[in-house]
Ligand binder design. Structure first.
Ligand code: A3P
Length: 314
């Protein structure tokens, strides 16, 4: 059930539910019925928790760190499940990346084409588990990598994302944005139920729960952890190269992941970057003491009764 939600022209999945786009609402049933495959890997996150970074990490491990294949846009190699209508974007990406076969350029992003993608598929979703096929992490033996990040940096990152992408049309300041975030009034909100639902599934053998801050602290260790989870072994040379490939400075310049070409299509503000800063603790440059205290209280309230803990500085 969806109801119009007035704040930002979004749709609410049910009273008290998640805020999603009307485009999603039109496809919600098909998305919930979308069949996982036993050799899929799903990267599931709340936005701005390190999704893109993890998709690339997973894709590289599954594809033996293929240097040519990885030049195709990540959005094609690892489609965004609930974002089913962006084929025009893909078509334009194809002009930037001639290595992508033109006959695939328009279609990969539709649900039908994601269904037909060759295995192993790497599927991205920002949906909470309960809106995905119930077979996921149940009867199907696919794998899920879930990535969480401390909410203070998520708020900052999501604020810059709202400034970058014109669709959001966000003109207020970061502290106002933090209020919207804590009031669950932004796309894919609410934050805590999303993360806690996943946290409660972390012992499922087909689920790997990661933290952005651990990727920052020990990228090589986390690469090895993901490779073990995916039953893949990488040579020392591959590990070294992959660590270099995923390093922020390299990653932010990598055109297949950084979305810079999306600026040519409009819809992105020219002065921002999708792979923006890549730091833990950037919230300190954004929140005054009063808002910071409110966020602390909001975190404490939402985390009470769970053993989930976030790292807000490294
Ligand atoms: P910031 O806005 O704080 O810089 P998502 O992919 O889920 O949208 O997450 C985006 C966030 O992950 C952005 O955070 C982005 O810079 C960060 N990120 C992406 N690639 C990264 C990398 N290689 N190293 C560190 N952070 C990265």
């Amino acid at each position: 059930h969806f109801t119009n939600y007035e704040q930002h022209g979004l749709m609410k999945s049910e009273p008290g539910g998640f805020l999603l786009t009307d485009e999603y609402a039109r496809h919600a049933k098909e998305i919930a019925r979308f069949q996982p495959r036993s050799d899929d890997v799903w990267v599931v996150t709340f936005p701005k928790c390190g999704t893109t970074w993890t998709q690339e990490l997973v894709w590289m491990i599954l594809n033996n760190c293929d240097p040519i294949g990885s030049k195709a846009p990540l959005i094609v190699r690892s489609p965004f499940l609930e974002y089913v209508s962006c084929w025009e974007v893909i078509e334009s990406f194809n002009k930037t990346f001639p290595c992508l076969p033109p006959e695939h350029s328009k279609m990969l992003i539709t649900l039908d084409m994601v269904e037909q993608m060759p295995s192993p598929r790497v599927i991205k979703s920002h949906l909470p588990f309960y809106l995905l096929n119930p077979k996921l992490l149940d009867t199907c033996k696919e794998k899920v990598v879930y990535v969480a990040r401390n909410p203070k940096d998520v708020i900052v990152s999501y604020f810059h994302h709202h400034k970058l992408i014109q669709f959001h049309n966000f003109t207020e300041d970061v502290e106002k944005f933090a209020q919207y975030f804590m009031d669950d009034e932004l796309l894919f909100s609410p934050f805590f139920p999303h993360i806690i639902e996943a946290w409660n599934k972390r012992h499922n053998p087909n689920m790997l729960f990661l933290f952005y801050e651990d990727l920052k602290k020990d990228l090589l260790g986390e690469i090895k952890k993901v490779a073990t989870f995916l039953d893949k072994s990488l040579s020392e040379e591959q590990l070294t190269n992959l660590k270099e490939h995923l390093k922020f400075d390299t990653f932010s310049k990598n055109e297949s992941v950084n979305m810079e070409m999306a600026k040519k299509l409009g819809g992105f503000n020219p002065d921002g970057h999708f792979i923006r800063k890549g730091k833990t603790g950037d919230w300190k440059n954004h929140f005054g003491p009063e808002v910071n205290k409110q966020i602390d209280e909001w975190m404490e309230k939402n985390l009470s009764g769970t053993d989930l803990k976030f790292t807000t500085e490294l």
